[in-house]
Design a protein around this ligand. Structure first.
Ligand SMILES: Nc1nc2c(ncn2[C@@H]2O[C@H](COP(=O)(O)OP(=O)(O)OP(=O)(O)O)[C@@H](O)[C@H]2O)c(=O)[nH]1
Ligand SMILES: [Mg+2]
Length: 474
């Protein structure tokens, strides 16, 4: 019948299947209802657990870390190490993007050397008398008179050196092409002909490189990128220039501090300037790109199965004019990582040449530990560029010459580091605010292996502290 058919079609088949049998006895009904109650209880418990986990994850899993320190202390290098450790797939996917930055690091250094040479008396000479390579003690520039360096006035470039300069002139074009590709800006503050290039924070420069892969030059073996082609053409001349001990011994060249700048790849020219060069993880860690603005990096750290913390790391520009932006982050972060370049004890700020870099770091630290909002944060200190400190002290540069309060103590890296650590600790103790915790590590952040171990220890500690508030762990 039409009416009965409609009624059967309208009924819910699912409900029908669950409906108790019409001949159910009272005992069977009781058992069924008990089972239903138990099933509901189990179901509610599962749902509750899901809700609790979701709610607690939302609350506890975000750890915000602000990275502070003067320019070139190693802030961005720290963030890159974090990414390499906890987000290695994404990190490696970008390796090729960093090639242009590394090429620009190389070209920038070579052009700086050529520019320094142009300031010399450029009289041709047929006699070429190589001097012995600079001794280890002279391989670092200081603000003092350099005992082994040649003063500018008595230098004559040989014909070969002058020809070398000429052969390297295509690098001016490469520099322009690379800057266009990356979208660098002139450094308004530092200015100067070969001042460091900067790009705005964010990943826009990475997308820009993908959008403009650069002109390809075709030959019988296929096509190559024009920049890589020009760099490989100049490769042997660049190597010759960098290996020329007379040139490297010149005061004007030594003042550039190129040996101290790990990101300038001058000892890897053969590899880095080859066509088809793909940066390694270590190359990307060492690449130098000054930060302007604030960069946010996110990654997850799995603490235990099902317990993941999301990290948000804020990397800021360290040059003096950029420091005004730091304070706005203070009330919203869980930890502050303060990077001190201990290897820069004998250097002065580029933006303020009167100020010693280590003294500047003590000054920044003083401001951080006396900030009102500090009570809420965990403080991490990285005494970075330990490798440079060791090399400089071993080469005979005296720590107490720059940090006079060090007086007659031993001129070795361990003692100097301990002294710096104590000074920072004393400044913290004198502050009227109490911090959540204070941890200090000695680092060489360009060494990814040792940095990886340190970061593992640091993240474990911070995650444990963050989670202990939530009572998910004891
Ligand atoms: N030798 C040595 N070089 C380091 C170390 N850590 C970082 N560097 C190099 O120092 C340079 C500056 O490091 P960055 O991380 O760019 O410095 P930053 O603090 O972010 O500087 P700004 O962005 O200007 O504020 C880079 O070329 C790094 O490769 C280290 O432990 N030892
Ligand atoms: Mg930076």
């Amino acid at each position: 019948m039409p009416t009965r058919t409609r009624a059967r079609n309208d009924s819910d088949p699912f409900e029908e299947a669950l409906r108790p049998p019409s001949d159910e006895t009272p005992e069977q009904e009781l058992i069924r209802k008990r089972k239903e109650t138990e099933a509901r209880r189990v179901n509610d418990a599962i749902q509750e657990e899901i809700d609790r986990t979701a709610a607690s994850e939302k609350k506890l899993t975000t750890i915000k870390l602000l990275v502070l320190g003067q320019s070139e202390s190693g802030k961005s290098t720290l963030v890159k190490n974090f990414r390499l450790k906890y987000s290695s797939r994404e990190f490696r996917q970008e390796n090729i993007t960093w090639r242009s930055v590394i090429q620009l690091n190389v070209v920038h250094s070579i052009l700086q050397i050529l520019d320094a040479l142009s300031t010399l008396t450029d009289r041709p000479s047929t006699s070429y008398s190589p001097i012995s390579p600079p001794s280890p003690s002279s391989s670092f520039s200081t603000t003092d008179t350099l005992p082994h360096s040649r003063s500018n006035s008595n230098v004559q470039l040989t014909n070969e050196q002058r020809a070398l300069k000429l052969r390297l002139s295509p690098l001016i074009q490469v520099d322009r092409l690379l800057r266009d590709r990356i979208g660098t800006e002139e450094d308004q503050e530092l200015g100067g002909k070969f001042s460091e290039f900067v790009v705005r924070a964010g990943s826009a420069w990475k997308s820009a490189i993908h959008r403009q892969p650069g002109r390809q030059i075709g030959d019988e073996n296929g096509s190559v990128d024009q920049i890589s082609h020009l760099m490989s053409m100049c490769k042997n001349d660049m190597i010759q220039l960098w290996n020329d001990q007379v040139i490297r011994g010149l005061r004007v060249v030594r003042k550039l501090r190129l040996e101290e700048r790990s990101g300038f790849f001058l000892d890897s020219l053969d590899r880095v300037c080859s066509v088809g060069y793909v940066p390694t993880d270590d190359d990307v860690i060492k690449a130098r790109l000054r930060t302007l603005g604030v960069n946010e990096t996110r990654f997850n750290v799995v603490y235990a199965p099902g317990l993941t913390t999301q990290w948000r790391v804020y990397d800021v520009g360290g040059i003096k004019s950029q420091r005004v932006y730091w304070a706005s982050f203070f009330d919203d972060v869980d930890c502050i990582a303060f990077i001190v370049s201990i290897g820069a004890f004998n250097q002065y700020l580029e933006e303020d040449p009167e100020v010693n870099r280590l003294a500047d770091s003590f000054d920044i630290w003083h401001k951080i530990v006396n900030a009102k909002l500090l009570a809420k944060v965990h403080l991490l200190v990285f005494l970075n560029k330990y490798d440079l400190l060791e090399r400089k002290l071993a080469s005979g540069i005296r720590f107490n010459k720059y940090i006079t309060s060090y007086e007659g103590r031993s001129n070795d890296a361990t003692s100097c580091t301990a002294y710096i650590k104590t000074k920072l600790h004393n400044q913290l103790s004198e502050s009227k605010h109490e911090v959540q915790s204070f941890i200090c590590h000695v680092t060489s952040l360009t060494n990814t292996t040792s940095s990886g171990h340190i970061l593992a220890a640091v993240t474990e500690l911070l995650v444990t502290k963050a989670l202990s508030h939530t009572q998910l762990i004891n």
